[in-house]
Ligand binder design. Structure first.
Ligand code: MSP
Length: 669
């Protein structure tokens, strides 16, 4: 038997500087969906993801959190893996750039570049963007309000001088232009290829600084240890180090390289389509077949970012609506390649319209009618004059569907592929209205016609279920259960080459609604309470007390019901430790005992408590079901209640009057 065709796909390795957002989830779900689709088609797939753990930013974050960099990233990596599990992501390997298997090979690659003259040592003087860890030439900098700012992130740059190793990118400029021009599929969407050529290659490719002396948290250059390897050489190499490149065990590398596709957000296309190919070429290796630069998931008109405080995390959405609903939304809402807005409203509307109504109704109506008219037993097909033109149209459309989906998936047009599937879903629902099974059911002489109608529907549902599997891995199981279909052979890609394979006699049983209908207005309130992260400028600790002179009566809030109050969880928390936060003059960091758990909470009351250690042992009131949020590089898990005297601006913490008689963790209400 010939070997299966291979398919190697990667996501960017994400910075574990904070928890992964719905944005990181977007790329990862896309990679997982494509992997599952290729697997369905019989490919031998390999799916790599991971984390990019070195660099100044992580070093700083760890310092702020009072832990070592590795302790810091270990925690985020564990949480990232949990999130991928929750999202039903089936990766084959998760590479961390702090692993020895990676670092050793990065050192080897760096040395090879140096030995063969691709890397040289020089002094660099230029404008440096600390958050992006990038040097920029004067022509690359942008002007903003009279200031020179980073072209990537828009933040101010500072002049900086540093000894460094440089990669002779300029030497490969013409080769790179030729390669891109002669391989039109290499960069997708094609518009991004033009951008690379016109904005970065044609104006002249600069040599790239590939080491730092100022960053200790990195892969040391083994022949000059005051340098560490600058993040992009370290990071990009992951795509081959994970496969064992450069080791004695490079079977995976020999089997899967070159990658079929690197999925990346549009902001890092440049690194993947210029620097990475040049590095590979210098190593004498073939280039990935494609780099796909997808668009951004925006929140409002802005890119999600922690510093802007407009981040959405997938956890609460999945908890309420299930992982398949979110996966479907992410793949359906915007064309892969374009930007799109995430809003809770568009999510809920889509789940209701496409999943609860279109798909959910089709499945439940089909199963319910087989239950009702055929006692839950799949009837047998008969050709006796029962093939009408509407049957033929539906059947032909359904037979073409795998091909239509395949051609969209080959272009990574996930949204279009789903649109094709949903056209058949819609056609099935119309077919029900057209054939009116409830009328056929009243006439015994139409029993076979009714059987054929329901079989056509059930067979379409089988096709649809197989094809949505890569997008929504849990849903097909639930549909097949309703159809009573156990035979794995009828759930394969090959089984879609013929229409009408569903056997008679299956036990059909209408199950629970696949996607319960949502009351959008009500759920919008619930979901925005779950997902919204307050923007930093609205932090309560930053509110200035109103001056005495224009003191107004306190603004009354709208009345609430006891049910509203019931959503709040208040608990008694005993202070185990309390200290000032070095980099803030407002925050105190509390360690709190809640009886069954210990929590860290930051509170903006430092100015009212000059000697925070005096709070140790006190019993305070904690709003304990407030969504945790990141502060000073750590998660703050709740809010301590305090009263504010508007005149003096002093805050006073709330407590109970008999603390010794109440155990920590006791509920307050
Ligand atoms: N560590 C580098 C990548 C190195 S790859 C060799 C990095 N990490 S990152 O954590 O910033 O992740 C960026 C990637 O996350 C984007 O390229 C994109 O794939 C994904 N996204 C993060 N936020 C996103 C959105 N809001 N929208 C879409 N994708 C986003 O860059």
């Amino acid at each position: 038997m010939p070997d299966k065709k291979t398919f190697y796909i990667t996501t960017p390795i994400y910075y574990p500087s904070g928890n992964m957002t719905i944005g990181h989830t977007y790329t990862t779900v896309a990679a997982d969906t494509l992997t599952r689709f290729k697997k369905l088609q019989g490919y031998d797939t390999y799916f790599l993801t991971g984390t990019d753990e070195h660099g100044q930013k992580i070093e700083k974050k760890a310092q702020e959190a009072g832990v070592t960099p590795i302790q810091y990233v270990d925690k985020i990596v564990a949480e990232t893996k949990d999130l991928w599990k929750l999202m039903n992501i089936e990766y084959d390997d998760f590479i961390r750039t702090t692993e020895e298997r990676h670092m050793k090979i990065v050192q080897k690659i760096f040395r090879q570049f140096y030995d063969q003259g691709d890397i040289y040592k020089a002094e660099y003087e230029g404008m440096y963007c600390t958050p992006c860890e990038s040097f920029w030439t004067p022509t690359q900098l942008k002007d903003k309000d009279g200031q020179k700012v980073c072209p990537d992130c828009g933040r101010p740059c500072q002049p900086m001088k540093e000894e460094g190793y440089f990669f002779r990118m300029s030497k490969y400029q013409d080769w790179m232009i030729d390669y891109i021009e002669s391989h039109p599929d290499f960069i997708q969407p094609a518009s991004r290829a033009n951008e690379m050529i016109n904005n970065f290659l044609k104006p002249g490719l600069q040599d790239l600084c590939v080491s730092r002396t100022s960053v200790r948290w990195g892969v040391p250059v083994d022949f000059d240890t005051k340098h560490t390897v600058y993040v992009w050489i370290d990071a990009l190499s992951n795509y081959i180090t994970a496969l064992g490149y450069g080791t004695d065990h490079d079977e995976l590398f020999r089997k899967y390289w070159p990658a079929d596709v690197h999925l990346v957000g549009k902001e890092i296309v440049r690194f993947h389509t210029i620097y990475w190919p040049i590095m590979l070429h210098a190593l004498g290796l073939p280039l990935p077949k494609q780099v796909f630069g997808h668009g951004w998931l925006l929140f409002g008109a802005d890119r999600m970012s922690k510093s802007k405080g407009n981040v959405v995390y997938p956890g609460p959405i999945v908890k309420r609506y299930g992982v398949d609903a979110l996966r479907y939304y992410l793949m359906r809402e915007m064309p892969f390649g374009s930007d799109g807005n995430y809003t809770n409203e568009s999510f809920l509307t889509r789940v209701n319209a496409d999943l609860a109504n279109d798909l959910g109704n089709l499945v439940s109506r089909t199963a319910a009618m087989i239950e009702k008219y055929f006692d839950g037993v799949m009837p047998a097909w008969s050709d006796e004059g029962y093939v009408e033109s509407e049957d033929r149209a539906l059947r032909e459309h359904c037979e073409q569907l795998p091909q239509l989906v395949d051609s969209q998936m080959a272009k990574l047009q996930f949204s279009q592929a789903l649109t094709e599937i949903w056209k058949v879903v819609g056609e099935c629902n119309k077919y029900i209205d057209l054939t009116q099974p409830w009328i056929l059911g009243k006439d015994d002489s139409k029993k076979q016609r009714l059987a054929n109608v329901l079989l056509n529907l059930a067979e379409c549902v089988r096709f649809i279920s197989v094809l949505i599997g890569p997008f929504m891995p849990n849903t097909p199981k639930r549909i097949f259960e309703q159809l009573g279909l156990e035979d794995g052979a009828l759930k394969t890609w090959d089984s879609l080459s013929r229409f009408g394979l569903l056997p008679a006699g299956l036990r059909v049983k209408k199950g629970e609604a696949l996607f319960p209908r949502i009351d959008i207005k009500k759920d919008l309130e619930l979901l925005s309470a779950d997902t919204a992260v307050p923007a930093p400028q609205t932090k309560p600790e930053e509110k200035k007390p109103a001056p005495q002179s224009d003191k107004k009566p306190p603004e009354k809030k709208a009345e609430i019901t006891i049910d509203d109050f019931d959503r709040i969880e208040l608990r008694l928390a005993r202070v185990v430790a309390c200290e000032k936060v070095k980099k803030s003059n407002k925050l105190l960091r509390f360690t709190l005992d809640l009886g069954t758990e210990t929590r860290t909470v930051f509170s903006g009351i430092a100015k009212s408590y000059e000697e925070p250690e005096k709070l140790i042992g006190k019993s305070l009131i904690l709003l304990s079901n407030l969504k945790p949020r990141e502060m000073m590089g750590e998660m703050s898990q709740g809010m301590l209640l305090s009263a504010l005297d508007e005149g003096t601006g002093k805050l006073s913490l709330l407590t109970v009057d008999r603390p010794d008689e109440i155990a920590p963790g006791s509920e307050i209400g």
